[in-house]
Design a protein around this ligand. Sequence first.
Ligand code: TYD
Ligand code: MG
Length: 466
Amino acid sequence: MAKAAKSSFVCQSCGAVSSRWAGKCAACGEWNTIVEEAGVAALAAAPGSGLQRAAKGKPAPLEALSGGAAEAPRIATGLPELDRVTGGGIVPGSALLIGGEPGIGKSTLLLQVAARFADAGRRAVYFSGEEAAAQVRLRAERLGLAASPVALGAETNLANILATLEQGKRPDLVIIDSVQTLWADGLDAAPGTVSQVRAASQSLIRYAKQTGAAMLLVGHVTKDGQIAGPKVIEHMVDTVLYFEGDRGHPFRILRAVKNRFGPTDEIGVFEMAGSGLREVANPSELFLGDRDNTAPGTAVFAGVEGSRPLLVEFQALVAPSSLGTPRRATVGWDSNRLSMLLAVLDARCGLSFSQADVYLNVAGGLRITEPAADLAAAAALISSLTNTPLAPGDVFFGEISLSGAVRPAGHMSTRLREAHKLGFKRAVIPAAGDVEDSGKPKLSRLSHLRDLIDVVGASRPKAREK
Ligand code: TYD
Ligand code: MG
């Protein structure tokens, strides 16, 4: 009895519970993440039951795999970009978690979704824990949505939220902005701590499953971009979406990292405008919009996100370094990948970057994770190093292995079609891999990275003495 009330120490990063405070979590190795929370042991011991303890169990009905609804019914949100990311719409009874940096536009997006739902005659309830009702109303006015019949509540107490939801017509969509502001009565911990967030999410998800209302939870992210609170919440919900973008750019990307009802490789592209988020149906044109073709160090990558081709510009700057250890910095690309690429260029092609600072940037605030971008990045680096502008009609894609071999990428034909549509004349692509050669764009096929130097017309630097 005394045990249940005893406080324990919970890592706010991974959720591990320990009996003592420590500076470093033994489970995940994070520093300064352990916080004292009361009564967590009891809660953790009875997951699923939330706050009350279950009595004697009663048998649950077991069912066959066949039968029942084959395809999850979906409600189209009226925002095709969001529907694309979720796999065709929001599944009733499902729980979605949307994470993103502060100010990126989560509240704006969700208010727009709620308004679309409400305008279609469905019941949408929006609980704002971060902003007062007047602030949300102000935003709605700015977005031109003030007339939409969205039910708005400014509430952070979990029990009150559930009681509100029980009243009146069953909602089709419930939005909680954000889970970090919620608190449950029975817990001593402060809002935003692991046990509060976990207990609140659990109750809300249970509510969604029982009633068939879709639950959209907003989650804060930590400074390294993870959704705050333990991974547990990502495991509990059906879908995890990240809303990302660079605040200096108007573009916002919605990305699924987990989806029980659809693909996880699709992205939705939005533009933050004065009147809210605008959908961008053809992102390639947008990301290539203001190209300066003549500068050395820029190369266009023919990428694919999900089922959609996406052409973006890679920009590299190789500048003499005055530092003992030259700088390497990337925006929108993995810096480990850049280090690998520089090592391959050095070891396999004889191009040395060891005396130079190297900067690599994906234009437009986009983050590229596809390995097929290696070739475009390499082309930009070679172009900047040798001060040779690339032909403005060239696009690149292909993965580069540590041996310097250029490996095939997926969706080659999709990439080529998009490149042709946008007026590119030549595609520099891997030698291997099936692709129908329509002659448009012209294909330059490479099997090794060293051939790239000739293909882009860069003068080969003097061979290094061994
Ligand atoms: P918000 O939705 O409040 O972000 P989050 O909930 O993720 O913290 O978005 C706030 C930002 O969006 C703010 O910096 C201003 C900008 N914004 C616009 O540019 N246009 C608009 O119509 C709105 C509502 C916001
Ligand atoms: Mg917000």
